[in-house]
Ligand binder design. Structure first.
Ligand code: NAI
Length: 462
């Protein structure tokens, strides 16, 4: 049987990036993947297909709401749902095919099937066993469904089923006001569904800067999403292709229910490690089922590493990619480093929401003196021209040194704008460094600079 320097288990963003980096560093690499196509959750049933649907439905929204004002007359387009799903599948296919091409280019073997690790240094797929000096577990995560809820991926769906509904529901209940719930809730609201989001906590998007979360909720409400906060979902029953969600309001324990065509369960994800044989191997897990690793992503079993959604930290494709590169570089004897203080988060609704670093809440909890510099997109010429004046940029900087500690953006292209701040933070920059950097006019980026100016003597366009 073949033997490899590295066998990676899972071809999602963590696994495939890791495999490519290993190959670039001269290692003989194979990736085990049981799906029909490479790319994992992100490319097949996550980031990429949801972005295609977000893009298509945003175009519809523009046509319905802004075209006439720009002098673009005519009826807004009607939705051909089947074609929209075909477009989404085409986008997925282009991306998964791209990974296959990269594997060939880097001479990475794709072992098709589901892996188990019978012993350190061995990977079994079906009847075949392969030798591997190093094994990297990058098997990702799966939806974490509340007890009392049975997912059929037709009426009661996770994000996977929500990307392939056979028709647009008239009503959709989303359980969980996190990233998945709000992105997919937006898609269906734009397509005309009545969307109600039920959230356990008293605010949407837990962990997000509070001011941004409140503003975000207002904007989504204006777009037609309804929110029931402080509500613990108890269960879901399905009758005649309709689902009824029962929930209890935390403030008074009163029981309520709501019925809809479709229910999306978006209450988080958990590591997907079933079938790997971790128990028998004695791989140590946390009490949340995450694989325990050291700073080099090594588990307690020599030669076995783990990255991405299977270990601690935010479940984000780009975090997994960074770890994928780092683990490869560590195996090659380099000294890689992932800066967990500078991992951006983005919600791809409209407007987009992005963040990096500290929030006002975390700074207050740490008792750190900070300044806030804010700038509204209403003061940005480009945003006004593009009907994108809602939202603002908010920088949090150290009160004494002016060093940037965090940034929060709600507005146009927020997911791209955040990276200027990420680079600045990696260099330990102060707000003044951004403020003194010439930014092209007219761009959305000027709003970032203005927020930096607001940390000093003041923004210009307010
Ligand atoms: P999440 O952790 O973002 O949000 C889950 C929400 O469900 C929380 O607000 C939680 O309070 C709520 N919840 C839990 N139990 C509940 C109950 N019984 N009743 C009502 N609400 C309840 O999880 P989500 O949205 O499922 O996403 C999973 C993972 O995928 C996240 O780690 C997320 O970061 C990642 N993801 C990232 C995306 C991006 O970066 N754009 C897009 C989609 C997913």
């Amino acid at each position: 049987m073949s033997s490899y320097d590295v066998i990676v288990i899972g071809a999602g963003p963590g696994g495939y990036v890791s495999a490519i980096r290993c190959a670039q560093l001269g290692m003989k690499v194979a990736v085990v993947e049981g799906r029909e196509t490479l790319g994992g959750t992100c490319l097949n049933v996550g980031c990429i297909p949801s972005k295609a649907l977000l893009h298509a439905t945003h175009m519809l929204h523009e046509a319905e709401h802004n075209f006439a004002d720009m002098g673009l007359k005519g009826k807004a387009p009607s939705v051909d749902w089947k074609q929209m799903l075909t477009y989404k599948e085409t986008v997925v296919g282009q991306n998964t095919g791209g990974i296959e091409f990269l594997f060939k280019k880097n001479k990475i073997d794709w072992i098709k099937g589901w892996a188990t690790i019978p012993a350190a240094g061995k990977v079994q797929v079906g009847d075949d066993t392969y030798d591997a000096k190093n094994i990297i577990i990058a098997s990702g995560s799966e939806a974490s469904v509340l007890p009392g809820i049975e997912v059929d991926e037709q009426t009661v769906v996770t994000s996977t089923g929500a990307l392939t509904l056979n028709k647009i529901p008239k009503s959709l209940v989303v359980i969980g006001a996190g990233v998945i719930g709000l992105e997919l809730g937006s898609v269906y609201a734009r397509l005309g569904a009545e969307v109600t989001v039920i959230e356990y906590l008293d605010a949407i998007t837990p962990g997000m800067d509070g001011e941004i979360a409140r503003q975000f909720q207002k904007m989504l409400t204006k777009q037609g999403l309804k929110f029931t906060l402080g509500a613990a979902v108890q269960g879901v029953t399905v009758k005649n292709n309709k689902a009824t969600v029962t929930y209890q309001l935390r403030k008074d324990n009163s029981e309520h229910s709501i019925t809809a065509d479709t229910v999306l369960v978006a209450t988080g994800r958990k590591p997907y490690t079933a079938g790997l044989g971790l128990d028998a191997l004695g791989v140590a897990l946390t009490d949340r089922g995450q694989i325990k690793t050291d700073a080099k992503y090594a588990t307690n079993v020599p030669g076995i590493y783990a990255i991405g959604d299977t270990i601690a930290g935010p479940m984000l494709a780009h975090k997994a990619e960074d770890e994928g590169m780092a683990v490869a570089e560590g195996i090659a004897g380099q000294k890689p480093h992932v800066n967990y203080g500078v991992i951006p988060g983005v919600i791809y609704t409209h407007p987009e929401v992005s963040n990096v670093g500290e929030t006002e809440e975390t700074l207050k909890a740490a008792g750190r003196a900070y300044k806030v510099g804010k700038f509204p997109f209403m003061g940005n010429a480009r945003a006004k021209a593009n009907f994108a004046g809602d939202g603002f940029v908010k920088l949090l900087v150290d009160a004494q040194t002016d060093r940037i500690l965090g940034a929060h953006i709600i507005g146009p292209m927020a997911g791209d704008l955040i990276h200027e701040i990420c680079v600045a933070m990696e260099f330990g920059a102060a707000a003044e460094d951004i403020a003194r950097t010439c930014h092209a006019h007219p761009t959305y980026s000027e709003a970032v600079r203005e927020a930096a100016l607001a940390c000093g003597d003041g923004a210009i366009h307010v």
